[in-house]
Each structure stands twice: as structure tokens, then as C-alpha cells.
Design a protein around this ligand. Structure first.
Ligand SMILES: [Zn+2]
Length: 407
């Protein structure tokens, strides 16, 4: 599959590490699962699941990797070379430790542990990921695919109480949370994933405690062939008591935009997963495939939009590009399952250009396209499908599917 090929390409952009370090990392991976190699000022570090944390907190430790081994220090390489030579007692202490709560461990102790398999922890492909270069930070999922890191702790929209701010917002915009969950596994992010160098992720600060964080936002996942290829987290903004207010991710209340923000300043509307390969994912792909498989159409048809909430107007066939332009990889992905595409981009000039671009990309795969909005009806007035009702969208799609027969 194109997607997994791309992911492996993303991780193969490695820094050159000393062969001894590479060998240690591989040996470590055989016992403890996925290893990250990271170059830091204090030396090259190997990050791996702490076996005690794994026993105590479960499989998520395979991702958190609390056991940190400073291999430069351990082997007396790099900056530690001189220090090592000077040390006449030959003691090398504190090169490996659990950063959570289990403290220092020796290499012998670490390598003496039973393998993951012997401990009954399955499904993880041992691998060494060199995350010290490039701007992509990927983690292995349960089956060993490299995916962008998770937004943090999330709760499905379908499990939220009626008066939850996310559900108030969706009611205000006339969206059905159950359909959103089916289409995108749409969820509420209650706690952001940590930021920092090791995650190659920082949340932009906007003053007065505001950040562009996934926390306090609705997360839309892009699943492609069961792989979580990307996610985007949208903020909540709606009129309350006569003024537009934003949901504050930390103070957890609706607040007006601070006066010190210039008109276009403040948190970004969508926060995207760090390291996501936006060009080779489509938000809603697996759901659309599921539906057209059930329908057994002779010409499987999908609807393409810019963002997830536009795609959500088409709970069965909608897929979001997550950006303006359909990439060649996205067109290729569409061509694996669909023969006809309805383009439901905005009606402004940018939207029309995006639709034209998508049409050309898709024509390379002999895919027929139709525009959801007719230029003669809308001209230059800006409209988007998000402003329409489910009913209107459904009827229009029925029409367009018939229209395909005549072109
Ligand atoms: Zn530990």
C-alpha cells in the first residue's frame, strides 16, 4: 500500500549513528519492543518501554517509553569519552533509568528481562526508529504501522453528556454527534499529549493562557485501511449571550476573544497531528469505503470537501482533503476504491480553483467529477456545504449521481 510505503520512507531518513549504538538499539528492541534513538546535547539516548512501567500501566508504555538509556555515557562515546578515560574507578553510573518512577537500571538488568513475547505482550513489531532528525515524529500503532502521535486523552462524542460544550456547539451548527463518530471517530480531547523536544511538538502560545492545543477540541481522525494516518482537532466557537465566544482549553469556559489579538490572531481553527502525512490521507476514507461496499454501486461515488465538518454533511460518502489542494497521492488513494467524485468545495474563488485542480488530478485516473455547487447559481457569493442541512445535501447528491449517467 502506498501509505505504509510512505511511512517507512519517513522513518528511514535517519541520522548516522555509531554502529555500536545501532547494534545495542536492535538488541534492546528484541527484548523490549520499539526503540527510539535521539540525539541530545547530553549524548545519544535510546528510549524504550520500561518493563516495570509496562507491567504496572500496560501497553501504553510501549508508546510512552519511560526507560531512557544514555548510550554515549554508557559506552564512553562523544562528550563522555574524556570523562570516561579520566575515571579511574571505571564506574559508569546513571546511564539508564526509568524517567517515571523506577529509577536507575543497569544494561545487564535491562537485557536480562524476558522478551515481550515471553511476557505475553503481543502484536508489537520490534523496531528501531531514529527520531533524531527530520520534523516527523511517528509512533508504532498496535500492529507496527508508523503513525502520527495521538492528540492526548480523548472521549468519543457519543459518550459525552447532553450539556457538554462540544455537543452544544454541534447542535448550534446542526450536526449529529453519532454520525460524526461513525464517520471520523470524532472525539473530545480532554487532555493534550505532552509537548517538548522528544515529541517534536510544541503548542503555540497566544497569551493569557491560550494555546493552539488539541485539548478542549473535537478531534477528527483520518483512518485509511485501518491505519490512523492523521487527525485534526477543531476549536469551538459560537455566539453566547449575543457575542462570539471560544471555548478555553484550560479554564474550561466560553470566553470572548481577548482584545489584544489582532483580527487573524489567536489559536488556529484546526490543530493537525505532528508528523501527519497529510498528502496521503483522506479524512473519512474508511467510512466511505464501508458504505460504498455495502451499496455495491457499479460506479462507486464519493464526495470530496476541504474540511471534516463539510465532509460531515455527507455521512456516507464524504471525505475531507484537509487542505485546499488534492495531492497526487490522495487522487491515487481515491482511485483505489472510487470511480466518480462529487466536488463540494466552497464557492469562492479559492474553492473553485481547488475544485478545478482536483478535477484535473482525478482525470489522470479516468475518474469522472461533478461540482456540487453550480457556478451559475452562486457566482462569487461564498457558500459552503457546512451551511446546508443534511437533507438538502442528500437530495443534491441523489441528483448528481443520476447526472453522472448522462455525461
Ligand atoms: Zn518505569
Amino acid at each position: 500500500m502506498t501509505l505504509s510505503t510512505d511511512f517507512s520512507a519517513a522513518i528511514s531518513s535517519t541520522i548516522t549513528v555509531d554502529q555500536r549504538i545501532q547494534t545495542l538499539a536492535e538488541a534492546l528492541a528484541k527484548v523490549h519492543g520499539p526503540v527510539n534513538i535521539r540525539r541530545e546535547s547530553g549524548g545519544v539516548h535510546l528510549m524504550v518501554a520500561c518493563p516495570l512501567c509496562l507491567a504496572q500501566y500496560g501497553r501504553r508504555e510501549l508508546r510512552s517509553k519511560h526507560l531512557q538509556i544514555n548510550v554515549d555515557k554508557m559506552l564512553g562515546l562523544g562528550d563522555h569519552q574524556m570523562r570516561f578515560l579520566r575515571q579511574d574507578n571505571g564506574k559508569k553510573k546513571g546511564y539508564a533509568q526509568c524517567m517515571k518512577e523506577h529509577g536507575p537500571m543497569s544494561w545487564d538488568q535491562i537485557m536480562g528481562w524476558p522478551t515481550l513475547e515471553e511476557r505475553g505482550v503481543d502484536n508489537i513489531i520490534p523496531m528501531v526508529v531514529n527520531s533524531a532528525s527530520g520534523d516527523r515524529y511517528l509512533i508504532p500503532d498496535d500492529r507496527g504501522n508508523m503513525i502520527p502521535d495521538h492528540p492526548g486523552t480523548v472521549t468519543p462524542l457519543t459518550s459525552l453528556p447532553y450539556d457538554h460544550p462540544a455537543l452544544c456547539y454541534l447542535r448550534y451548527r446542526d450536526y449529529d454527534p453519532v454520525l460524526l463518530y461513525q464517520q471520523f471517530r470524532a472525539s473530545w480531547c480532554t487532555k493534550e499529549a505532552p509537548e517538548g523536544e522528544e515529541y517534536r511538538r510544541w503548542y503555540r502560545k497566544h497569551g493569557d493562557g491560550w494555546k493552539s492545543t488539541p485539548q478542549g477540541r473535537i478531534v477528527f481522525y483520518s483512518d485509511v485501511a485501518g491505519i490512523q494516518a492523521c487527525w485534526q482537532a477543531r476549536y469551538l466557537e459560537m455566539p453566547i449571550e449575543g457575542e462570539l465566544r471560544l471555548w478555553h482549553p484550560y479554564r474550561q469556559q466560553w470566553e470572548p476573544r481577548p482584545a489584544f489579538w489582532a483580527p487573524k490572531e489567536g489559536p488556529v481553527k484546526y490543530v493537525t497531528a505532528t508528523g501527519a502525512l497529510r498528502n496521503s490521507q483522506l479524512c473519512g476514507f474508511d467510512n466511505a469505503v464501508l458504505h460504498i461496499d455495502a451499496l455495491q454501486e457499479s460506479y462507486p461515488t464519493c464526495v470530496l470537501t476541504e474540511g471534516p465538518l463539510d465532509a460531515a454533511r455527507f455521512p456516507e460518502r464524504g471525505m475531507a482533503v484537509l487542505g485546499k489542494y488534492l495531492s497526487p497521492l490522495q487522487a491515487q488513494l481515491i482511485a483505489t476504491r472510487f470511480r466518480r467524485v462529487i466536488l463540494a468545495f466552497d464557492t469562492d474563488e479559492a474553492g473553485r480553483e481547488a475544485a478545478e485542480h482536483a478535477k484535473n488530478e482525478l482525470s489522470l485516473h479516468a475518474i469522472k467529477t461533478l461540482n456540487f455547487f453550480r457556478a451559475e447559481e452562486y457566482g462569487d457569493t461564498k457558500t459552503d456545504v457546512g451551511m446546508l442541512t443534511y437533507q438538502v445535501c442528500r437530495e443534491r447528491i441523489k441528483q448528481l449521481i443520476e447526472e453522472f449517467e448522462s455525461i
